[in-house]
Every structure is written in C-alpha cells, then in structure tokens.
Ligand binder design. Structure first.
Ligand SMILES: Nc1nc2c(ncn2[C@@H]2O[C@H](COP(=O)(O)OP(=O)(O)OP(=O)(O)O)[C@@H](O)[C@H]2O)c(=O)[nH]1
Ligand SMILES: [Mg+2]
Length: 239
C-alpha cells in the first residue's frame, strides 16, 4: 500500500505555474522555468498558517500532465497514483492562455485524464487556481468563462506576482481538506471569522483583545494537539 504523498496535489499542464505556486505557499524551492517539464519529480511543501487558523498541511507539486496521461503519456502518469491518494486537488491553469492554450479546455482535459485513470478522483474535492492574472487581455474573458463553467470553486491570481485572490488559497484549501478529513481539519471558517471579529472590536482595549485572541489560539492549539494524538493512536491495540 502506497503512502499518501501529501494532503493536497497540484495538477496542471506543464508551464501552468505549479512550482511557482508551491514556492509561494511554502518554503519548498522547486525550480521554475519557462519551458515545459521543468519539474521532473514531485516536490513537497509544508504549508503553515498558524496565525489564522492553526492550519498545517502538505502540498505536492508534480510534473505537468498532458493529454493521454491516463494512458501513460508524458511524465505525469507515474504520479497519478500518488495524486489519487491526496485528500484534495488544486488544478493550476494558465488563465492567460499562453502558447495558444485555452484554460477551459485545459480543465476539461485534466479532469478527463484523472477520471479515466481512476474512479476515485470523483471523490476527491478540488479547486481551480486560475494563474497568470497579470498577463494578457484574454485573462478576464477566460476568467468569466471558467467561473461560469467550472464545476469547482475558482481562485484567480498570479503565483509570480502574488496578486489577485491569492490570500484565499490557504483558507480554500483548508476547507477542501475539512471536507475530506473533518477531524484533522475542523472549521476554518468559524475560527477565521471569530478571529476577524475579535480584531474588529475597536472599543475593546487592545490588551483585552490580545488576551482573548491568545486564549482562543491556545484553545485551538490544544484542540489540534488532541486531534493529532487521537489520529496517531487510532487503530492501535491498547496495552
Ligand atoms: N506572468 C506570469 N508568469 C508566471 C506566473 N506563474 C508562473 N509563471 C511563469 O510560467 C513559467 C512556468 O512556471 P512554473 O512554475 O515552472 O510552471 P510549472 O507548472 O511548474 O511547469 P512544469 O514544471 O514544467 O510542469 C515560468 O516562466 C514562470 O515564471 C504568473 O502568475 N504570471
Ligand atoms: Mg514545475
């Protein structure tokens, strides 16, 4: 039985910007270059957003997929079996349609390849990152089409320039992970808005606010620790 490679898998055509994105989300430093198949083996990044929701998860950047990947074309095939074991998928699309590509066609092709490879992909929650929002007039038009047609939620932005809705990426991924594993990834939204509300109470003294936040964070930290212990000990025969 293969171990899961990571919590989240980045899936996209070569040059879509998967490695650029992983560099932004984590300390991993996969090579980024303007030619296809820059990435030849998976890179795993550790994503931490403890300040906002005590969330921690791993993201795998894998070589780009091409049409026919489910039949073994290109490099991606080898890694589909790993992606099949992730808890969530983020499709990374070139929203500017560089090299005459069309991100909507790309998304259709990627999902087709995954579903052809394995039925299991129907059960893995997914999200679209429409990358390269800094480029071309076509991006806006592509964005409208993708938002209208995508069966998955869409986050727009630029991995390279780190603009657009990039701040939504980690919360959105956390929410996907929550769907797949509610014990390890409980309630991001509730905590997120609770903390935001605390921040917006201007009439509260900052000291008081700080203490409340601290104890809230302390509580969440303890919770996560308990979850982790519970996960670790689950299935073990008690002595
Ligand atoms: N303008 C612009 N260029 C980007 C953006 N994101 C990535 N790129 C460029 O697109 C090219 C490919 O980026 P990578 O991150 O290497 O793409 P990849 O999906 O990992 O590619 P493979 O490893 O070949 O599958 C590089 O030249 C990046 O600098 C973006 O948001 N805007
Ligand atoms: Mg790459």
């Amino acid at each position: 039985e293969l171990k899961s490679l990571a919590d989240v898998g980045l899936v996209g055509f070569p040059n879509a910007g998967k490695s650029s994105l992983l560099r932004r989300l984590s300390k991993a430093k996969p090579k980024v270059a303007s030619y296809p198949f820059t990435t030849l083996q998976p890179h795993i990044g550790y994503v931490e957003a403890n300040d906002i929701a005590m969330t921690q998860f791993t993201v795998a950047d894998i070589p780009g997929l091409i049409e026919g990947a489910s039949q073994g074309k290109g490099l991606g095939h080898h890694f589909l079996r790993h992606i099949e074991r992730t808890k969530a998928i983020m499709f990374v699309l070139d929203g500017a349609g560089s090299d005459g590509r069309d991100p909507l066609v790309d998304l259709e092709m990627l999902t087709t390849e995954l579903y052809r490879y394995s039925e299991k992909f129907h059960d893995i929650p997914a999200l679209v990152f429409l990358n390269k929002s800094d480029l071309s007039d076509e991006y806006r038009e592509n964005e409208d089409r993708i938002r209208a047609m995508s069966p998955f939620d869409v986050v727009c932005g630029s991995a390279q320039q780190w603009i657009g809705e990039v701040d939504n990426i980690i919360p959105s991924l956390h929410n996907l992970l929550k769907k797949a594993d509610p014990i390890a990834f409980p309630d991001f939204d509730a905590r997120f808005s609770a903390l935001n509300q605390l921040n917006s109470f201007d009439d509260q003294s900052s000291n008081e606010r700080g203490r409340e936040q601290e104890s809230e964070q302390e509580r969440m930290r303890a919770n996560r620790q308990r979850m982790r212990l519970r996960r670790r000990t689950r299935g073990r025969v008690p002595k």
